[in-house]
Design a protein around this ligand. Structure first.
Ligand code: FES
Length: 647
């Protein structure tokens, strides 16, 4: 008779196991990650699974509760003391009696609730780099003079299969006290990322310790965003963000590099500023989640190359000039205590690899999140900031570049531009017949021509135009015929409407005439044209490198990508022609990639391998860049067509 067939969901991994095999052992042998802290003593409750009943024709498995053993005394005791939800079983106690479909609960579902504006729902299967292991150590024996730490290692090998363990030095003086306090029961946190590296005991607690957390952090030049996650359940406990305090040294990346070049203390000041901010944000998410920072054992950090270098204490000067040399491009493994982040002394930090001198670990995170390298179709991934990071490809080939878009898309260099904040205009429509605008401001649900808007405007003020609305208003001006294909504001319209005004030798469009006048000037239109041309030219270069004349799907990452309306991006020719239903905003994809790498170390290997095979294009050195740039100055483009806009 053949052994029962067991299928684990959602991974779909399956195998045959003899009757009587503990479900936990079956999962492990198939590489299905099921948490276990107590080592099968039925005390930690971390190994819970659900038996799916019914016929699974697709998998030819008929599963029922008769196919799993009844609860034994240990599991019953756990249920009595700690409670077990309906349908849940302890996989360390339950044994296989027949064919089974087992559901391994996955709490980490990234969706719109936890990753703002993310269009992608997904489940991250866990396989973290840190594992908690409870053992009961033999008491000392005069006749067997093996040290306390050595006997602890023996038990970690015997019960958990950890051999050749390293021990963090700071723990050695504490071992005896911890073992005695726990009455010889101790929980060890074992860190192992790379298969080739030796596993390391990074923390110890007396008795059964059931909490282990990690942080996933995206250090942006403007904003630092962080998730605090339980490594045992995968649940996101808290998410928060704060402004990058380095802004006081310079708004954009190049001004921060200049600050380092011009001030002997500059690098140190900025490193301290960003580390202090990450420490403060960690404290904040821990407080929000009710988590002791001492239980944070792992951290994954992404950032653009300059943020990456400054966080590590590396002088970024080389990144400010050709050949834009990175001090380190591969992934970085280091100790949190070396960077002083206020988490467990033994905690580790993993930084994703950088793709190139201008395409950083944040782009690697976004790549991991969106997965162009897993696609058959051609995917364009764009993270727009003052420097746009662009990745294009599919499973066969993948290329990346950055393009100097400047700060116009963020509202800088625009006469009425501002950051997204209450009172900023965020949506604009212009009537092509009357040329009259309607708009919405952040903080109000109403359009400016709807009843009640004036009260909101009084309360919030109408303070300026945020980045996404600048795209929208310029596109609407183009669609209404206020600006030509060359981006020139049509002065002849001044005879038709008071909204067109002459300023010197050019004209501007009056969007709002209130306490604070808000206009779109000819210079504003030019700034947007320059920014969008730089972005489009970078994309075109990559398309040429791959020899493709279209892309199948587009992902717009970052805060800017989240708020921009894809239709307007295409009207202006920021992005190439594509079916609009295939253009998606994916929020902070870099942060999502960091979260994936935190919860599953296999993703670290995946992105390291992917980054190694990405072809890097240096836009500044490509002779064709200038030609693409000039063509892209027209709206939407002098040579390229946009058939999906017509549709
Ligand atoms: Fe701890 Fe099953 S492994 S309860």
């Amino acid at each position: 008779m053949t052994d029962p067939l067991v299928l684990f969901m959602p991974s779909g991994k399956r195998g045959r196991f003899p009757v009587g095999t503990p479900v936990l052992d079956a999962a492990r042998s198939l590489g299905v990650y099921v948490e276990s802290v107590c080592g099968g003593r039925a005390t930690c409750g971390r190994c819970q699974i659900v038996v799916q009943e019914g016929s699974f024709a697709k998998h030819k498995i008929v599963s029922s509760n008769d196919h799993i053993s009844a609860k034994g005394p240990k599991e019953e005791r756990y249920e009595r003391v700690r409670g077990l939800a309906e349908g849940r079983r302890l996989s360390c106690s339950a044994t296989i009696q027949g064919d089974l479909v087992i559901d391994v609960p996955q709490d980490t579902v990234i969706n719109a609730q936890v990753v703002r504006k993310s269009a992608i729902d997904r489940i991250i299967e866990r396989n973290p780099a840190v594992q908690l292991c409870y053992v009961e150590v033999d008491e000392p024996d005069m006749h067997k003079p093996l040290g306390d730490l050595d006997r602890l290692k023996v038990m970690l090998d015997k019960d958990w299969g950890w051999d050749n363990l390293l021990v963090s030095q700071y723990l050695i003086p504490q071992v005896q006290g911890i073992l005695r306090k726990g009455n010889w029961g101790v929980t060890a946190a074992i860190h192992r990322d790379l298969e080739a590296s030796r596993p390391n005991i990074i923390a110890l607690w007396p008795g059964l310790h059931n909490e282990a957390y990690g942080i996933a952090c995206d250090i942006g030049s403007t904003t630092i965003a962080m998730h605090l996650v339980s490594l045992l359940s995968g649940r996101i406990v808290a998410s928060s963000g704060m402004q990058n305090p380095q802004i006081r040294f310079g708004e954009d990346l190049m001004s921060r590099v200049s600050y380092v070049m011009m001030n002997p203390e500059g690098r140190e000041q900025m490193t301290r500023a960003v580390r202090d901010a990450v420490t403060e944000l960690t404290r904040k998410v821990c407080a929000e989640g009710g988590v002791d920072p001492g239980n944070v054992l792992d951290a994954v950090i992404v950032g653009n190359p300059i943020m990456h270098h400054l966080f590590l204490g590396i002088d970024p000067t080389e990144l400010g000039q050709a050949p834009f040399a990175l001090a380190v491009s591969g992934s970085v493994h280091t100790w949190a205590s070396d960077l002083g982040l206020g988490i467990n002394t033994g905690a580790r930090i993993y930084m994703l690899p950088c793709i190139a001198g201008h395409v950083g670990a944040d782009a690697a995170g976004a790549t991991l999140s969106e997965g162009p390298h897993r696609q058959d179709r051609m995917m364009l991934l764009v993270d727009v900031g003052t420097n746009a990071e662009i990745v294009l490809g599919n499973r066969n080939r993948i290329v990346a570049a950055s393009s100097p878009t400047g700060p116009a898309f963020e509202g800088a260099e625009i006469s009425s531009g501002q950051r997204a904040a209450p009172g900023a205009i965020e949506r604009v429509r212009i009537d092509p017949a009357t040329l009259e605008p309607r708009f919405k401001i952040i903080g109000s649900d109403l359009w400016s021509d709807e009843p009640g808007f004036d009260a909101d405007a009084e309360r919030l003020g109408i303070t300026g135009i945020c980045g996404s609305a600048i795209i929208e208003v310029v596109a609407e001006m183009f669609l209404a015929g206020i600006i030509s294909e060359d981006g020139v504001v049509d002065g002849s319209l001044a005879a038709r409407t008071h909204r067109i005004r002459q300023t010197g030798r050019t004209y501007s469009y009056l969007l709002h005439a209130g306490k604070q006048e808000i206009s779109v000037t000819q210079n504003d239109v030019r700034a947007i044209q320059l920014a969008k041309s730089a972005l489009y030219a970078g994309i075109k270069l990559l398309m040429e490198k791959l020899g493709v004349d279209h892309v199948d799907t587009i992902r717009l990452a970052g805060a800017f990508g989240s708020f921009i309306d894809p239709k307007y991006a295409m009207v202006l020719g920021l992005i190439p022609d594509c079916d609009l239903s295939e253009v998606k905003a994916v929020g902070n994809a870099a942060g999502t990639g960091a979260l994936m790498a935190l919860l599953n170390r296999d993703y670290r290997r995946e992105i390291e391998a992917t980054v190694r095979r990405i072809d890097k294009i240096e836009t500044a050195l490509e002779p064709r860049f200038q030609q693409h740039f000039v063509n892209a100055m027209a709206l939407p483009n002098k040579v390229d067509s946009f058939p999906h806009l017509a549709a």
